[in-house]
Design a protein around this ligand. Sequence first.
Ligand SMILES: [Zn+2]
Length: 442
Amino acid sequence: MRKTVSLFAFLVLSTIAYSQNPATADTSEVSYVVLKNATLIDAVSDTGKKGSLLIKGERIEALSYDRPITPPKGAVVYDLEGKYIIPGLIDAHVHITHGTLKEAQDQLQKALKAGITGVRDMGGDGRMLTLLQKNTKIGEDMGPDVFFSTIIAGPEFFAKDPRPQDVAKGAIAGQVPWVKAITDTTDLRQVIAEAKGLGATAIKVYLNIDKHLFKKVAAEAKRQHLKVWAHGVVPPTKPLDITKGGANVMSHAGSLIQYQMAKGPIKGRHDFESREKAAEWKAKLDAVKWDENTPEVVQLFEAMKKNHSILDATLFVYYYFKEDLKNMEEDALRQVDAFRAVTIAYDMGVKIGAGSDHMISEDGTLNLHTELKLLTTAGLSNIDALRAATIVNAEGLGEEKQIGTIESGKLANLVILNTDPLENIENTLDIKYVVKRGVIIP
Ligand SMILES: [Zn+2]
């Protein structure tokens, strides 16, 4: 009885305190922002159109093209005459946990300022990713929303490669939920439930998984509502079996076709006794000639289109790490295998995503912007390059109902540009403001 009385007293007192302090009351009110007179490039239609946006809290409440929006009481209004608004960009291929937590936080902060409001981390330290995911979501860290996969691979990978141990410090790689070794007898329900428990969006199927096991993993992931991400090739499994097996996103356009055309088993780097032997095998593989009429090419891209497997091309990695490519003219670049594969895939209707696989360079450049430029070199229109980094990447995350376009009801993740990206894709770098979850980033 006494307890009830004191609880009652507490409630009364706290109600009084609340009503006497309007500042406290105000913080619970929703904020409104109006962005008016800008050209809205919503990524739904092919062109931009002049209009205004009303943001309520973290979401887009309304868009108006023909009449001005009457700002609600207390709304902050930005007149953006002459500016362009695009959906927030998503880098579909990053690895942010290879350094310290502080380094990851700094990198994410820079990414957000460069217009990147979402990242897809393709494998790292799950403990750090879970923390960064939470902190960036609630605004404790300034950064893009973090979506990530755990990595699963055959035990051979963990035996021969030092990299997974890097992200499993303090534990044993292969035995923790974010880098897990699996075989035919593994309880996949458990493995995928653990990934889900960490906050992962997907399972990345990495190496030494045959096509039968791949299919089993993908089916279980789907059952538990996780996505399946993979490289285009998962030795010994060829690209066609990756898409048929149920991959939602397939990374890396380089050598994709040659892997599909390979005679004999597909080998990974650990199947060779030395780096030289591996390079020799790869050079032979890459020497095979192909074009848009090669049956394997047609078959692969038709299957990817049919299965809705997105090609995360990562042209940037081929370009950036090869000096000869960096100095090439656009015409010559278009003849490089990875670029040719993207050109053909795009022409055949495969969805192309934009991922850098190297989010930020030493000099602080956010490489997603370069990836967009390279995708246009490979033939994507400017609007499709923008879509690659917005709605297509949102689909790869399974977040297409929340982000990726400018539509009412979606999260207000936006980039406000000084110049038109549909005129020149490099204008995505000409940023006036970034908006994440309704907050204008200073
Ligand atoms: Zn990667």
